[in-house]
Design a protein around this ligand. Structure first.
Ligand code: NAD
Ligand code: ZN
Length: 379
C-alpha cells in the first residue's frame, strides 16, 4: 500500500438504533431545540400506515406537524420546489425525512431551499456553499441507500434528463433514527432492490479510488452484514433479526460511501434510471457483475476483500460469483430491454455514465465506447 498521506473524516449523524426507537421522535425534535416538525415522505409510506404512526407519536407530545408526501420514487426538481414552498409557509421547524432514499434525498433539497429562499432545485450546482438549511432528522424505512449518513441527494432534472446532486453540509441529518420495525412491511421486491443497493455501496466503496482505512472498515462490515442477512429478510420480511442486521449493514455502507465515493456501477445505474425510470437498486443490479468483471485487474485486491467479507474464498473471481449468486437469490437482475431501454438510448446512457461525478472514483476509468459495449452486453 502507498503512504497514508492525510485524512479528514467529517463527523456523521448521531445514530439511534433499535426496534421501536421511532417512539422517541419527540425527544429528538426537542434535542435539536424545536417544537415543530415538517415531515417529508411519500404516498407509499402513507399507504403502509407509517406516516400515521409517526404523526401519532408527534401529536400527543405537542409537536406541531405538517406532512408533505408528494415525493415520487425518483424525486424531481419540481417536487422539491413545491415541498420547499410548503416548508417555508410552515415556518421554523425540524425537517423529518421519512422513507427510503427518495424522501430522504428530497428532504435535504427542501431543507436547503428553505434557507435559500430565492433559489430553486435546478440551481443545485451553485448551492453547495449557500446559506444553511433547516436541521434534519432522518428516519429511513428501507435498508439500502444509507442516505441518512450524508448531506447530499440525487434528484432528477426531468428537463435535462439527468440526475443532479443537491447538497450542503448543513443538511446532513443531525440524527439518524434507525428503527428496523419500520421495514417489516417492506415488500420483498423493494427489500431486494434496496438490499442490493447497499451491497453495491459496500463493494464499490472497497474498490473506490477514495477508499481509506475508515471507509474500508465500514464497507467490510457492511458487505458482511448485507450478504449474510439479505436473503433471509427477502424470504421472510417479518424476521426482525434479519431486518435489524440489514438496516445496520445498509447504514454502515452509507458511512463507507460518504467517505470513499462510489464508482461505475452507480455511474451507469444513474444513467439507466434517468433514461428509463428504473428503481435505483434494479438499475445497479443490471450491470453490477459486468462492471466488476470490467474492473477485475485494477480492483483485484478490493474484490478479494469483498469476497472475504461475504464469507467465500478471498479471491476477486469468488466475489463476482458471490454477487451473481446473491442477485439470483433475490431475483433482481434484468436485461436492459426489460427495463424499458431501447438500443438507440444506449449511446446517451454511456455518455451520461462517463460524465457522472460518481464515476471518477471507479478503479478502472472507462471510455464512452467501453461503457457502450458493456451496455450492449447486458441488453
Ligand atoms: N443520498 C444517497 O447517499 C443515496 C445513495 C443511493 C441512492 N440514493 C437515492 O435514493 C433513491 C432510492 O431510494 P430507495 O431505494 O430507498 O427507494 P424509494 O425511497 O424510492 O422507495 C421505493 C418504494 O418503497 C416504498 N417504501 C419505502 N419504505 C417502505 C416501507 N417501510 N414499507 C412499505 N413501502 C415502503 C416507497 O413508498 C416507494 O414506493 C434514488 O432516488 C437514489 O438516487 C441516494
Ligand atoms: Zn446507491
Amino acid at each position: 500500500m502507498s503512504g497514508v498521506g492525510s485524512l479528514s473524516i467529517e463527523p456523521t449523524a448521531r445514530v439511534e438504533f433499535g426496534p421501536g426507537v421511532v417512539q422517541r421522535l419527540p425527544e429528538f425534535v426537542a434535542d435539536l431545540g424545536f417544537s415543530r416538525a415538517f415531515v417529508v415522505t411519500d404516498r407509499g409510506l402513507r399507504a403502509a400506515g407509517i406516516v400515521d404512526r409517526v404523526v401519532k407519536v408527534l401529536d400527543p407530545a405537542g409537536v406541531e406537524t405538517a406532512v408533505y408526501e408528494d415525493i415520487s420514487p425518483n424525486p424531481s426538481t419540481v417536487e422539491i420546489d413545491r415541498g420547499a414552498a410548503g416548508a417555508r409557509e410552515f415556518g421554523s421547524a425540524v425537517i423529518i425525512a421519512l422513507g427510503g432514499g427518495s424522501p430522504l434525498d428530497a428532504a435535504k433539497g427542501i431543507s436547503l431551499l428553505v434557507g435559500n429562499a430565492s433559489s430553486v432545485a435546478a440551481d443545485a450546482d451553485s448551492l453547495w456553499d449557500a446559506a444553511p438549511g433547516l436541521p434534519l432528522i432522518a428516519v429511513p424505512t428501507t435498508s439500502g441507500t444509507g442516505a441518512e449518513t450524508n448531506g447530499f441527494g440525487v434528484i432528477e432534472d426531468a428537463h435535462a434528463c439527468r440526475k443532479v446532486y443537491i447538497g450542503h453540509s448543513s443538511v446532513r441529518p443531525r440524527i439518524a433514527v434507525l428503527d428496523p420495525e419500520l421495514t417489516l412491511c417492506l415488500p420483498a421486491r423493494v427489500t431486494a432492490a434496496t438490499g442490493i443497493d447497499a451491497l453495491v455501496h459496500g463493494v464499490e466503496s472497497l474498490a473506490s479510488r477514495g477508499a481509506n482505512a475508515f471507509s474500508r472498515a465500514y464497507a467490510f462490515q457492511a458487505v458482511s452484514l448485507v450478504s449474510r442477512w439479505l436473503p433471509t429478510a427477502y424470504r421472510d420480511g417479518s424476521d426482525l433479526e434479519a431486518r435489524s442486521q440489514l438496516m445496520l449493514g445498509a447504514h454502515l455502507a452509507g458511512r463507507a460511501l460518504t467517505i470513499s465515493g462510489l464508482g461505475l456501477v452507480h455511474g451507469i445505474g444513474h444513467a439507466i434510471t434517468a433514461h428509463t425510470g428504473t428503481p435505483h437498486g434494479i438499475a445497479l443490479a443490471a450491470v453490477f457483475e459486468d462492471v466488476m468483471r470490467f474492473s477485475l485487474t485494477e480492483a483485484a485486491d478490493a474484490y478479494a476483500e469483498a469476497a472475504r467479507a461475504m464469507g467465500v474464498e478471498p479471491a476477486a473471481d469468488a466475489a463476482i460469483d458471490s454477487v451473481q449468486f446473491l442477485c439470483g437469490v433475490v431475483d433482481v437482475r434484468r436485461p436492459l430491454r426489460d427495463l424499458g431501454a431501447t438500443t438507440d438510448l444506449l449511446p446517451s446512457m454511456a455518455a451520461a455514465a462517463v460524465a457522472d461525478a460518481v464515476t471518477k472514483n471507479t478503479p478502472r476509468l472507462p471510455t464512452e465506447p467501453e461503457v457502450l459495449e458493456l451496455l450492449h452486453n447486458v441488453y
